[in-house]
Design a protein around this ligand. Sequence first.
Ligand code: B12
Ligand code: SF4
Ligand code: SF4
Length: 300
Amino acid sequence: MIYERLSEAFDFVGVIDKERYPNYEKYERLNEISSIFVLGLAYPNVQLKQEEDRLKASMYTYGYDYHDVIKALIKETLKDYEHVALADNHELNERKCLELTGLAYHAKNNLMINKDYGSFFFIGLVLTKEKYPEVIVENSDSCGDCDICLRACPVGALFGGYEMEKCMSYENQMKKPMRDEVIDKNYLLLGCDICQIVCPKNRNIKPAKTEEFKVKPTAYVLINDLFELSNKEFMDKYGKHAYTWRGKTILIRNALTLLLKQKNTKYNDKIRKTLNDDKYPDWYKVDASKILKRLEQFEI
Ligand code: B12
Ligand code: SF4
Ligand code: SF4
């Protein structure tokens, strides 16, 4: 019954015995657990354009935060069943769980690819004490000889396997100064979608149907709001989107890289103000002063 209910609510569902999870004995969370339900929930394959005075982050943030959406959907679907609902921020490797169901394979861009939804889906897990029949399919899909994403990645993070430290999605979420190469190549307020956008397995995929993931007006962040709103005001306006999870300062730093790309000097005074403001941390000021210096060259 749990499987049927989850299958109605989610785009695809697999079930594995916990013993399949590598070294399951080492995970306290799995102690009294028997089955792991692995859920896939698709988000839209659409791309907004970057604009001058308002900026977009990665495609996965256009709708509401998947952590909240997935957990709420599980809760609503399994009201009367004992379970633990997980999405993203926990110690279990979700891609591994999904791989074990056969419902997707681990592709060269380091993402899971499902035959119907490509890689544009989130993963959630439901752990149950009760044991349920496994739902596993055979999967012989693979990237084959394709290397499009390896060549498309602007920072070469995919040659020889995924190198997290090189990945722009990693670097633009870290509270530390960016490498100069990433200051030049970063193109989003948060995250990076390039290795998914170029992937042929993401062509002709099924449309996502989850209402909460459809593009919201606040998918765009006004640059003025980044500088002018307090943290509380900012969260009140934009807090339902996953791009806010690392706070506002990281978004300002990333926004500066985009202003540099646009040679947009309109906000130079506001950047100068942040450099004299104690509430901004050192890692931010290192990048901001570097970028401001370059932006000043475009001032007339
Ligand atoms: C931390 C994290 C990140 C970090 C680090 C990523 C990483 N380490 O892969 C950062 C911030 C960079 C990141 C970026 C992104 N992430 Co992320 N991320 C996670 C998170 C929370 C944990 C992943 C993790 O580090 N696991 C632990 C490590 C050890 O696992 P691993 O890297 O897979 O390594 C295993 C195997 O690859 C293998 N292995 C590794 N190296 C080698 C080498 C050899 C030779 C061999 C044989 C094996 C092998 O062994 C390892 C141990 O099992 C998961 C959610 C979760 N709880 O699983 C989401 C998750 C993987 N992310 C997700 C997404 C969407 C993204 C982004 C696309 C977001 C974006 N648009 O910017 C990018 C994609 C970047 C990319 N190309 O991978 C989705 C993926 C959905 C999908 N369809 O696959 C997940 C599942 C979140 C979710 N709930 O939907 N992410
Ligand atoms: S997310 Fe971007 S930087 Fe990271 S591997 Fe993919 S293309 Fe490269
Ligand atoms: S672009 Fe090609 S190599 Fe990269 S993930 Fe897609 S199919 Fe695999």
